[in-house]
Write a protein that binds this ligand. Structure first.
Ligand code: FES
Ligand code: FE2
Length: 447
């Protein structure tokens, strides 16, 4: 692989109690180029929510790996996954992040395409003296070979030769259900997408969403503020859902959370939380329990950080956030984030959700900047070294077991592996799942 064999990049020897990855996974531009080809352009990736294009002719744009795309709702109500590149000379026909238009007009020579991607006009065609070869060609926008929806979550693959979306998501579908079932009308993205970049590899973000170990070390100022608020017990400040915990002590009484890992690299880390009025979802607690059962309802109140490999993360902790990871270079990543919320929640609940969201998330929040700064610190230390192996994937190794536990059984969830522990276990073994999926995709691609 590039200048490496796979075993030089990932040292995965479960029988010897060893799992290590090489710094080159973060620092080598050749490895990154192969990732774009085989991970992002070689299989299913998340592209957006159906709710981002509700009305006919609504569209939004994005990327699958290096390839620009449009997701567009056509006149007939269908969602279309299209390549955002003009058949004439390749210009993107849509440049805005989102909008509504019956016609995408290319900025270069004005070829135009309707909301289903069909070519509607080629400027000055009749006088253009085209040959028969040109007439035989299809002038529509190319379609993304595979495009699918699961409960409002849209995924697409440039590679036609992939398992069905249902198979790809597998058991992790049940965790998307815990998001989608928060309202009978499904979920929506609260208006106001945030885009930012950090100067580090995309896998820093991939891992950090599942990294409990950093919380007290990286975010002490946030925790101190929560503690001060709790002491003052003022009603006019944002009460965080995390505010009741003692973050510094080891919990002595039984498990407080854990991790699940699934096929294809999807993972969840979670923490036990009560059905608490601090969560805006509380107003629906009874209705949800009646509709889908108490166990699933209780799980919705647990702290949950879900990653659908490789680029979707849904964090339900201090508030509820949907994140999309877009790798740009081996040392540059773009994030797009939204507050995700059940449709039809009360104005009061929505207000609380947004206040909790602002408190914790985004470049203006009290947590995100801490994280992106340490990603960049790590990236600096990823340069090629005599000792290439990172030591960041060993916590929880002896606690990790095959299959699930009593908490997964509650909701009929069947993970490949799980860890159940106290607050200080801070399992890192769920990252193995990312790198095993990574290795499989890279190997299949190279083969
Ligand atoms: S590149 Fe689109 S019309 Fe020429
Ligand atoms: Fe963090």
């Amino acid at each position: 692989m590039s200048a490496y064999r796979l075993s030089e990049l990932i040292d995965d020897r479960p029988a010897d109690g060893v799992f290590r990855i090489n710094r080159a996974l973060f620092s080598d531009p050749d490895v990154f180029a192969l990732e774009q080809q085989y991970i992002f352009e070689g299989g299913w990736v998340f592209v957006g929510m159906a709710s981002q294009a509700l009305q006919p002719h609504d569209y939004f744009t994005g990327f699958i790996g290096r390839v620009p795309i449009i997701v567009s709702r056509s006149e007939d109500g269908a969602l279309n996954g299209l390549i955002n590149a003009c058949p004439h000379k390749g210009a993107r026909v849509a440049q805005q992040l989102s909008g509504n238009t019956r016609l995408h007009v290319c900025p270069y020579h004005s070829w135009s395409f309707d909301s289903s991607g069909a070519n509607r006009n080629i400027k000055w065609r009749s006088g253009g003296c085209y040959g028969a070869g040109f007439d035989r060609e299809n002038h529509d926008l190319a379609r993304i070979p595979r495009f699918g929806e699961y409960r409002g979550f849209l995924f697409a693959s440039l590679n036609p030769d992939v398992p069905s979306l249902e198979d790809y998501l597998g058991e992790a579908r049940k965790l998307l259900d815990l998001v989608a079932d928060q309202s009978t009308e499904g979920v929506e993205l609260v208006p106001g997408a945030v885009r930012f970049t950090f100067a580090a590899n995309w896998k820093m973000q991939l891992e950090n969403c599942s990294d409990q170990y950093h919380f007290t070390s990286t975010h002490p100022s946030y925790i101190r503020i929560l503690e001060a608020r709790a002491r003052e017990q003022k009603n006019d400040v944002v009460q965080s859902t995390l505010g009741g915990s003692d973050f510094w002590k080891e919990d002595a009484e039984g498990p407080t959370g854990g991790t699940f890992s699934f096929e294809h690299g999807h993972v969840l880390n979670w923490g036990l939380m009560a059905v608490t009025p601090a969560l805006p979802l509380y107003e629906r607690a009874d209705e949800i329990a009646e509709r889908i059962g108490t166990a699933r309802r209780n799980w919705m109140f647990n702290m949950r950080n879900l990653t659908i490999f490789p680029n979707l993360q849904i964090a339900e902790n201090a508030s509820s956030q949907l994140r999309v990871i877009r790798p740009i270079a081996h040392n540059l990543t773009e994030m797009q984030t939204w507050c995700i919320a059940p449709r039809g929640e009360s104005a009061e609940a929505r207000r609380t959700r947004i206040r909790q969201y602002e408190d914790f998330f985004n470049p203006t929040g009290m947590a995100t900047p801490d994280d992106t700064v340490v990603y960049e610190e790590c990236q600096m230390g990823m340069a090629r070294q005599e000792r290439p192996w990172l030591q960041g994937h060993a916590r929880g190794l002896t606690a990790s077991v095959e299959g699930g536990n009593a908490y997964s059984e509650m909701i009929g969830l069947n993970p490949q592996r799980s860890v159940l522990g106290q607050a200080q276990t801070c399992d890192e073994s769920l990252f193995h799942s990312y790198y095993r999926a990574w290795a499989t995709r890279m190997q299949d691609g190279l083969a």
